[in-house]
Design a protein around this ligand. Structure first.
Ligand code: ZN
Length: 235
């Protein structure tokens, strides 16, 4: 509202001037949660919203105190519980008894992909953020342990001089405590065989771990000090 020099406000309906102190103060309910890392009280207001918009961050320790999805607040552990997105297990490709690899198709799937990508970026700032209008993701779930193990994301690109689009693998990520168990290999193998249906593909800036996986699966080979793509090429 706009006050005049005597702190009076003109009512838009009656055009009568009244002093602003006669307006009733209405306060909106504020949601406050305790940071379970450091105990600080954090209000779920725009000031504490994370830059990526996924949720609210404790100003003291930068821990996420709540995620915001579809206008609702959720405890981080609720969102990361498989029950929050329970049909994901049913929709995916079964790998053995324990694992399910599911393409991200729903808003919830993509929300989880973005959270896991945020964890990946905390370790490696150079990691790309998926642009969900371009990139497609898939999540690996362990149904026995009831947890998300990792993800990959890719996009389809038409290269110069080629008539059709080619899949480009952009990123592989496995959560820290599940590494060196062959999950990256399982994701790539399932992606190649089931999702891109055996096409040759491009890998964007593969790191050492990715190159090892590609060699192990026979998609690339070691030639002296170099790794040469067979089924894949590098970008
Ligand atoms: Zn905190």
């Amino acid at each position: 509202m706009i006050l005049d020099d005597r702190d009076m406000v003109e009512c838009p309906i009656t055009n009568k001037k009244i002093h602003f102190s006669e307006f009733k103060q209405v306060s909106l309910p504020k949601v406050v949660v305790n940071c379970n890392h450091c105990g600080t009280k954090v209000s779920l207001t725009p000031r504490n919203l994370s830059i990526n918009g996924l949720g609210y961050v404790c100003s003291e320790c930068l821990n996420f105190v709540a995620f915001k999805f579809n206008g609702h607040f959720y405890q981080p552990r609720t969102v990361m519980n498989l029950k929050w997105n329970k049909d994901m297990k049913r929709r995916g490709i079964q790998i053995g008894d324990e694992l399910v690899f599911t393409e991200c198709k729903t808003k919830k799937d993509n929300f989880i992909l973005r959270i896991l990508n945020m964890i990946a970026k905390e370790e490696n700032l150079g990691f790309l953020t998926p642009n969900l209008e371009v990139h497609k993701g898939a999540l690996l779930i362990d149904r026995k342990k009831e947890k998300y193990i990792g993800y990959i994301f890719w996009h389809w690109k038409k290269f110069k001089g080629e008539s059709s689009v080619k899949p480009v693998l952009n990123q592989i990520f496995v959560v820290e405590d599940e590494r060196r168990k062959g999950y990256g290999t399982k994701m790539i193998k399932t992606w190649v065989e089931n999702i891109i249906e055996g096409r040759s593909f491009v890998v964007e800036e593969p790191g050492i771990e990715a190159l090892k996986i590609l060699v192990k699966l026979g998609y690339a080979e070691v030639n002296g000090e170099k790794v040469i793509g067979k089924k894949c090429s590098f970008w």
